[in-house]
Structure formats: C-alpha cells, structure tokens
Design a protein around this ligand. Structure first.
Ligand SMILES: Nc1ncnc2c1ncn2[C@@H]1O[C@H](COP(=O)(O)OP(=O)(O)OP(=O)(O)O)[C@@H](O)[C@H]1O
Ligand SMILES: [Mg+2]
Length: 335
C-alpha cells in the first residue's frame, strides 16, 4: 500500500533547503516528536507523509502547551543552552552538516518597534518603551524556539488506542528562530483566539501551567514563564499577526478577544520602571545585555481553576526521558 502524501511547494531553493534542515533538526531533537516523514524532495517542493489530523482548537490548548514546553526544553537541553538567544545558534544535523538558527531579534525587533511606533496594530497595549523593554528583558533569558505555532501548523490526530489524549503532529518547517520560552506558546494562544474567537483566562492560565510544568519536568533549573511575560508576548504577536486578519483563517483581532487577566497583565508592562540607559526606546536599540530579569515579574498561578479540566501531566506525545537524551534570516511573515 502506498503512503499517502502531502506536497508543499516553495518559492525558491533557499526556502526549501531551510525547511529541510529545520525538519531534520527538529525530527532528531526529541526522538518521539511526531513529524511527517519527508518522502521526496523535488526542485520546488517537498513531498511529506500526509497526516490525518485537524488543526488545533481551544480544547487542545493545554495539552499542546505541554507538548511545546517539552519540545522547547528539549531544544534548550540539546543545543540552545550554549548561547544567548539574541544571536544565531549553530547546531549539528544528523547528516553531519551544520545549521544556523537565527537569533530572536534579527529582523523582528525592527518590525515590532516600527509597528508599535506607527500605531499600525489596532488596540495594541504596548508603547514603544514597553515594547523595547520587553524585547530586551526577554532576550536576557534562556533560549527556546519559535516555530510559528499557529493552529494550522500543528495537527491533532486521533489517539491510536485507549485513553491516551490526542497528540499533536508538528508540520510546517518553514520558520524557525530562537525565541524566549513562552513566546511560541503565546503565538499558539493568539492564533487560536484569532481563528475561533475568545479564549478564557482559565484556559490561558491552564496552558501556561502545563507549559511550565513540562519545561520543568525536562530541565528542572529553568525558570517559569510568568503570566506577565506571556501577556507581553501575546501583544508582540498582535503587532506581528494583525496584518493577516481576514487571511490564514484569522477572523478575530486579538484586541477584541484577549481575555481580561491577560489584558491586565499586559497593561502592567506599561508601568514606569528603571532600566539601563541603553534601553531607551527613543533610540530603538533593543540590543540586550544578559541579565536575569526573566523571573522578576509576577509569579505563576499554579492553582487549578474552576472548569480547568486540562491534564496536569503532558499528554505523552513526547517521551519523558531525561534532558540529556537528546546566516541570519530576516523574520518573514507571522514571526
Ligand atoms: N503533511 C501534511 N498532511 C496533511 N495535511 C497537511 C500537511 N501539511 C500541511 N497540511 C495542511 O495544510 C495546512 C497548511 O500547511 P502549512 O502550514 O505547511 O502551509 P502554509 O503555507 O504555512 O499555510 P498556513 O499559513 O495556513 O500555515 C495545514 O494546516 C494542514 O491542514
Ligand atoms: Mg503554516
């Protein structure tokens, strides 16, 4: 019986080659990460194994958050702990080649700051100063990845047998950069809300908890992502994803659907605070110094919320083995 396939075309050879390398690194990073196999590589297309699954919806948020936390901690433990996240990382691929993963700020900081300064995104809660501070402070923490976890880029498959929760299959290997922990979780939350409508504070809180739990399970020393940082990242994604409203399945603007506690947490970023003079938003120079501000904001609420039926354990989609099992590209698109 022949394997059902999915053919994805690419605009140029570089984009295709980068997707292949991203796939290769991610596929071997965590042995149990579920990705479609590459069946063939053509001049302008990659033929993937076809995945029988559906896009992520609100009920998948908490388990998929656990999946992301486990993946991010695995990436950190395997390779990314070696360097700061504002600079590109060089990682080894199974074929012996090396692969560059662009840093977090490259191509991203300028877009964020120009959009926040011009007021391009309706209802943004960030001002230039708070956006610059957020990028700076976030870049001082440990490095995870951004793989554009919009709800179309993770497919939920039916469990093979028994009561095991459905597991996400990771697809779309086009975009991969370094990012702070929590950044891609914020993309997932914003992407789901923009696609299907408002998500509750309970769901956001449960997702953050399952994410942090999964990270800590794999690398106990990593600090939790705070609710304030998560809210800040959702605002950055609002700035970056707002232009796609009406396309890509996005029917709601984040400013219409962000839940109240996330709104309040994002507003707290606007409070005046003392920062190094190099962080002047007027200079628009968010090049970070490494310092440990990541854990200084609000503690995470770990209490179970009413109506929170999300699992407290990861869904078993990645193996839970120990942590050691394991050219700069401009930000383009929903970064
Ligand atoms: N291997 C696959 N098996 C089954 N369906 C797939 C596969 N790859 C992609 N798809 C389908 O196509 C959709 C978009 O795929 P992909 O994310 O790779 O393309 P894209 O150009 O980035 O589009 P988008 O902007 O919607 O994410 C997925 O959400 C899924 O429905
Ligand atoms: Mg995609």
């Amino acid at each position: 019986m022949s394997l059902a396939t999915w053919r994805k075309t690419y605009p140029d050879a570089d984009t295709l080659a980068r997707a292949i390398r991203n796939h290769s690194w991610l596929a071997t990073l965590v042995p149990a990460l579920r990705v479609p196999s590459v069946v063939a590589v053509e001049e302008h297309a990659i033929v993937f194994e076809r995945v029988a699954g559906v896009q992520v919806g609100p009920s998948d948020l908490a388990p998929v958050a656990a999946h992301l936390g486990d993946l991010h901690a695995a990436a950190y433990a395997a390779d990314l702990h070696r360097g700061p996240l504002e600079r590109e990382a060089v990682v080894d691929l199974p074929n012996g080649h090396r692969h560059n993963i662009p840093g977090f700020l490259a191509g991203r900081a300028n877009i964020v700051l120009s959009r926040v300064t011009s007021g391009a995104a309706r209802g943004s809660l960030l001002d230039p100063d708070s956006a610059a501070a957020l990028l700076h402070d976030g870049s001082a923490g440990p490095a995870a990845i951004y793989k554009d976890s919009n709800p179309r880029n993770l497919l939920i498959t039916a469990p093979a047998t028994g009561p095991t929760p459905s597991c996400p299959v990771t697809i779309d290997f086009d975009d991969l950069t370094l990012a702070p922990f929590g950044y891609d979780l914020a993309k997932l939350i914003v992407g789901v809300a923009m696609t299907t409508g408002p998500v509750s504070d309970h769901l956001v809180s449960a997702s953050l908890n399952t994410y942090n739990d999964a990270v800590r399970r794999r690398v106990p020393d990593l600090p939790d992502v705070s609710a304030v940082f998560l809210a800040g990242w959702t605002e950055i994604h609002h700035l970056l994803t707002f232009p796609y409203l009406g396309r890509n399945g996005y029917r709601y603007s984040w400013d219409e659907v962000r839940p109240p506690a996330v709104h309040a947490a994002a507003l707290s970023l606007l409070r005046p605070r003392v920062r190094p003079s190099s962080m002047s938003a007027a200079g628009h120079d968010p090049i970070p110094a490494r310092h440990g501000q990541l854990t200084t904001s609000q503690p995470v609420d770990r209490t179970a919320q009413p109506g929170d039926t999300s699992p407290r354990q990861p869904p078993g989609c990645l193996d839970s083995a120990s942590a050691d099992d394991s050219a700069s590209v401009a930000c383009d698109g929903e970064c």
